[in-house]
Design a protein around this ligand. Sequence first.
Ligand code: SF4
Length: 199
Amino acid sequence: MLDGISRRHFFRGAGAGIAGTTLGAFGFGEIEAAHAANIRPFKLDRTVETRNTCPYCAVACGIIMYSPPDSGKDGKRSIMHIEGDPDHPTNRGTLCPKGASLLDFVHAPTRLTKPRYRAPGEAQFREVTWEWALDRVARLFKDDRDKNFIATNSSGVTVNRWTTTGFLGASATTNETAFVTYKVVRAAGGVVFDNQARV
Ligand code: SF4
């Protein structure tokens, strides 16, 4: 006890004095502004959200891709973040390590973004346009179907089979796209058909 002041009172008073001095040095009214200026803005604020499907495996998890609001003016929207879609019934927002690394896949310098073609006998692939590639595929399908379509079997029973070309659907499709793909293939008589997602 020092002249009526207890040890506890002494330290409490000294602490309050130091805190008050520090706040005063900053200027109490500017603390909130200084604090706010140092908080990094939420990086997904005002971004554009685009829903898609993870292309890696047959689980076909839903993803959301985020783009800066000012991108896309040149027709190409950049992607700055990808995460699981919490509203997707398959994954409910979760992604496995492969799906979680999709941003690297999107921006990989080795990623193919245009079709390539290697003609019989050629050693190298060459870049072609989507129009050329799709026409080429359609031409080959039509020629092969015309040549090998089986309307009736040896007993004269109508079978409408096309067995010489196979089709494979990818998991990166919606149920609706897979349904339409299946219908087109079956309508053409195709019986060799599978889908990565086993739709
Ligand atoms: S996130 Fe993983 S489990 Fe889901 S579709 Fe992609 S690779 Fe498959």
